[in-house]
Design a protein around this ligand. Sequence first.
Ligand code: KIV
Ligand code: NA
Length: 276
Amino acid sequence: MATTVTAPEVRARKGGDRLVMVTAYDAPGARIADAAGVDLILVGDSVANNVLGYEDTLQVTVDDIAHHVAAVGRTRPRALVVADLPWLSYHTGVGDAVRNAGRLIRAGAGAVKLEGGRKRLPVVEALIDAEIPVVGHLGLTPQSVLAMGGFKVQGRAGQAVRRLLDEALALADAGVFALVLEGIPDRVAELVTDSVAVPTIGIGAGAACDGQVLVFHDLLGLGDRPVPKFVRAYAALGRDATEAIARWAADVRSGAFPGDAESYHLPAETARELGL
Ligand code: KIV
Ligand code: NA
């Protein structure tokens, strides 16, 4: 992988310049994100909701993620490409986890991300033993949607906050080079950020994190449903795209498209020959 940003460089940004991560699922998305100068591109399993039309992330497979990682990787971005390990790709044993992570690395990723705390430590250690950099993910972990009983903010009760902090410390000890914190109160994310030695990257986790991540489609207003409270949309590309296609459709129907400049022309000689 010809990434310019490396996992050790991300790790070294703890407490320094804030890290910027955005999801991308295909080549144009990766080119757009990389041209904007982000540090990390996440090929998230949120491809399920944002691209593949599923309601949650439980439907996507290693094959699906590898397909999208390959598209992103072919653009050779400067940003570090992080691939999500999808549900069931690391829950059936460390051997499966390492093999599946290896497939995503060979597809073009420079690191993998997985969800969960203490119960993932054997997998995290096995991946790191296999020389694969790992990003952790705690808080509202979408692969736990059934167990959580919905997409709910986590870490609100005292016991839950203590457990979250303990799991963050354990993951950092095990060697993750960064930690995504999703859907937790800002003060909890601040406590974790102040306590762990690796950068935290927040989404719906307040301003104290060492970095932020958003979903490409949310950030650009490309989604087809209301966005969560933690999203700030910097564009309305979905609306703009619909308007553009509607204008083109009207031009087609009126005969205004294509115009002369959008048409190929017969050479004058051929036209003469044919009497046209
Ligand atoms: O898949 C995803 O988009 C993610 C981010 C929300 C962190 O995991
Ligand atoms: Na994800």
